[in-house]
Design a protein around this ligand. Structure first.
Ligand SMILES: Nc1ncnc2c1ncn2[C@@H]1O[C@H](COP(=O)(O)OP(=O)(O)O)[C@@H](O)[C@H]1O
Ligand SMILES: [Mg+2]
Length: 403
C-alpha cells in the first residue's frame, strides 16, 4: 500500500518534472530573448528613426530574439510566451532580476571594478568578454550602457549577434548605419557584438577594419565563449575580460536574494542543489529556482534535482562503484534509470562524472582510470557518437578491468 502510494507519487513528480522541464526550455528561450526583444519591441520606433534601415525586417535581423525565433511565427512566439508566463503566473526571473548596474553583478568584483573605473573616467576602450554562458557578459555590457547613458541607453547601444546567418556583410551594414547616424550629447556609442567567436577569421579581419573606420569612434564590446577563437589583431585592440564560471557563493547569494524577494522558502540543501546543478551558470540556477518554486511551497533538494534533470552526486557515484566492483549489469541498469527516468542527457552525465571524479572516495589509480575513460567518451560524444553506447562502453571498461 505504502509502496503503491510512493510509486504514484514518483510518477506524479516525474510528470510534473517533464512538464516544467519543457516550460523551462520555453521560458529560457523567451527569457534569453527578452533583452533583445526589448530592443526590438520597446525601442522599435526609436531604433527605426536612428538607423536608416529600409524596412523593419532588415532592422531586427541581428538582434538575438529574431535569430533564435527564426523558426517560429510571430504568433507562435507570443503563444509560447504567454503559455510560459501564465503557467508561472509571473515574469521570467532571469530578466526580472538581471542586475541593472555593475555593482549588482555577483561574483566578478575584479572585472566590475575595472569596468567602473572606465565609466567614471568616461573612457571606454573596446572590450572583449570571454566566458561560458550565464556568467554575466550580456548583463555587464547592458549595465555599462545604462550607467553611461541613463535613460538614453537604448539609443546609444546596438546589440548584434555575430552568428546571424546572413553573414558579416549584413552585420557590417548595420554597424555602419548605426555608427554614421547622428546622436546627441555623448562622445561615443556602444556596439555589442554577441557570439563574436561565431565569425570566421576572414569575417573577423573585416570586422577589425570596420572597427577602425568610423568617425564617431563607436566602442565595441565583443562577447564570446573562447577568446582563443578571436583573431589576435582584434584581441590586441580590446581590453580582455574573462568571465569565469561563477563561484558557489555568488550563485548561492543571488538565489537566496531572489527567494527572499519572492517570498519563497528554500532549504539549505535546496540552495546547495541549485548551486550544484547550475555549475557556475547563474541563468541555470535562477531558472531552476523559478521552476522548482512553481512545483511546491518549499524548494528543497528533491524539487531541484527533479526539476533540473540533474542526477544526485550519490547516484553517479553508485553507478561508478557498481562498475568498478565488476557488476556491469547493475551499473548499466543505473545508467538506464538516469537517462530514461530522470531524463538526463548523456553529455550531462559525462559532465557530472567529470566534476565528481575527485570527490568520489575511490583509490587514485581508479580515479585516473575513470578520468581517462571520461575523456575518451567525451571526445566521441562530441564527435557525434551515440551517447548511451559510449556511456555503457565506459562502464564496461571499468567493470572489465576489475576482473
Ligand atoms: N554575475 C551575475 N550576477 C547576477 N546575475 C547574473 C550574473 N550573471 C548572470 N546573471 C543572471 O543570468 C541571466 C543571464 O546572464 P547573461 O548576462 O545574459 O549571461 P551571458 O554571460 O550568457 O551573456 C541574467 O539575466 C541574470 O539574471
Ligand atoms: Mg549573453
Amino acid at each position: 500500500m505504502g509502496r503503491v502510494a510512493e510509486r504514484g507519487e514518483q510518477v506524479a513528480v516525474r510528470r510534473v518534472s517533464r512538464e516544467f522541464t519543457l516550460l523551462d526550455v520555453l521560458a529560457d528561450d523567451v527569457a534569453g530573448d527578452a533583452h533583445g526583444r526589448r530592443c526590438v519591441r520597446g525601442g522599435k520606433n526609436r531604433a527605426l528613426s536612428l538607423v536608416a534601415a529600409p524596412e523593419q525586417g532588415s532592422l531586427g535581423g541581428f538582434i538575438r530574439s529574431e535569430r533564435d525565433r527564426s523558426n517560429m511565427s510571430e504568433a507562435a512566439e507570443d503563444d509560447a510566451d504567454e503559455a510560459a508566463a501564465s503557467a508561472r503566473g509571473r515574469e521570467v526571473w532571469i530578466e526580472k532580476y538581471r542586475p541593472e548596474s555593475l555593482a549588482d553583478v555577483k561574483g566578478h568584483e575584479n572585472i566590475t571594478e575595472r569596468l567602473e573605473s572606465y565609466i567614471s573616467r568616461n573612457d571606454l576602450p573596446h572590450l572583449l568578454f570571454a566566458g561560458p554562458a550565464g556568467t554575466g557578459k550580456t548583463t555587464s555590457a547592458v549595465a555599462i550602457a545604462k550607467q553611461l547613458y541613463g535613460d538614453e541607453w537604448q539609443e546609444n547601444f546596438l546589440e548584434l549577434n555575430a552568428s546571424d546567418q546572413r553573414g558579416i556583410d549584413v552585420v557590417r551594414d548595420r554597424i555602419k548605419s548605426f555608427a554614421r547616424s547622428s546622436f546627441g550629447g555623448h562622445d561615443y556609442r556602444i556596439i555589442f557584438l554577441d557570439e563574436a567567436d561565431a565569425l570566421t577569421s576572414d569575417a573577423q579581419s573585416a570586422l577589425r577594419r570596420t572597427m577602425e573606420q568610423f568617425p564617431n569612434n563607436p566602442r565595441f564590446i565583443l562577447s564570446c565563449n573562447y577568446s582563443s577563437q578571436i583573431i589576435d589583431p582584434i584581441q590586441s585592440r580590446c581590453a580582455v575580460f574573462r568571465f569565469s564560471p561563477l563561484g558557489d557563493d555568488a550563485v548561492a547569494e543571488q538565489v537566496r536574494e531572489i527567494a527572499e524577494t519572492e517570498g519563497i522558502e528554500v532549504t539549505d540543501d535546496g540552495v546547495d542543489a541549485l548551486v550544484y546543478a547550475a555549475d557556475g551558470d547563474m541563468r541555470k540556477a535562477i531558472n531552476g529556482l523559478q521552476a522548482a518554486a512553481v512545483m511546491g511551497d518549499v524548494v528543497d533538494e528533491e524539487a531541484v534535482f527533479a526539476i533540473t534533470s540533474t542526477a544526485r552526486p550519490e547516484e553517479i557515484k553508485e553507478m561508478v562503484d557498481l562498475a568498478l566492483g565488476g557488476d556491469f549489469a547493475q551499473a548499466r541498469a543505473k545508467l538506464d534509470t538516469l537517462i530514461t527516468d530522470i531524463g538526463i542527457a548523456g553529455g550531462d552525465i559525462i559532465d557530472q562524472l567529470h566534476r565528481s571524479v575527485w570527490e568520489f572516495d575511490i583509490p587514485d589509480r581508479e580515479a585516473v582510470r575513470l578520468m581517462d575513460r571520461i575523456g575518451e567518451a567525451d571526445y566521441r560524444i562530441t564527435a557525434g557518437a551515440n551517447e548511451q553506447v559510449q556511456l555503457e562502453a565506459l562502464l564496461a571498461s571499468l567493470a572489465l578491468d576489475e576482473e
